[in-house]
Design a protein around this ligand. Sequence first.
Ligand SMILES: Cc1cc2nc3c(=O)[nH]c(=O)nc-3n(C[C@H](O)[C@H](O)[C@H](O)COP(=O)(O)O)c2cc1C
Length: 156
Amino acid sequence: MAIDSGEFRRVLGHFPTGVMVVTGAGPVGMAIGSFASVSLDPPLVLFCPGKGSGAWQAIQATGSFCANILGEHQQDVCATFASPVDDRFAGIDWSTDVTGSPVLPGCLGHIDCDIEAVLDGGDHDIVVGRVRSLSVNGDDRPLLFFKGGYGRYEEI
Ligand SMILES: Cc1cc2nc3c(=O)[nH]c(=O)nc-3n(C[C@H](O)[C@H](O)[C@H](O)COP(=O)(O)O)c2cc1C
């Protein structure tokens, strides 16, 4: 059965995700919802950037990345890192951990990785990262993305 792309997006949009900004030395970065924890031993995570993404190509060239977990007050940061602005890092006082990839201020935490493998995922790549360093950096609530819009986490 052929899958309609609009229907694919609509149905998959019913699965909520958190939002990361994945960065690389440069600095370069992009908003990512397709992030997941993979393995504890060895410590592996993954994300799926579009094969045509210029940010991803620049990150791949560095061999490392840092995944920054966005908080509910960082909708503007998410929008910046998903849009074609000249300098996504303008006005951001970023730092680095071990890989040299930018650690963004005001995030819930970051996961600093070397690129372990890049697998074929159709029109996206599946990037497996080996965790080199990670920390919790704040106690904000996470920014969530659901049905094409932003939301916040609520305990039940
Ligand atoms: C909430 C959210 C989640 C996103 N998740 C992804 C993703 O998982 N993979 C991807 O390739 N793009 C994702 N994007 C889109 C990229 O951030 C966007 O295409 C960005 O412009 C890519 O940077 P580039 O054009 O400089 O390569 C997401 C955007 C938003 C707002």
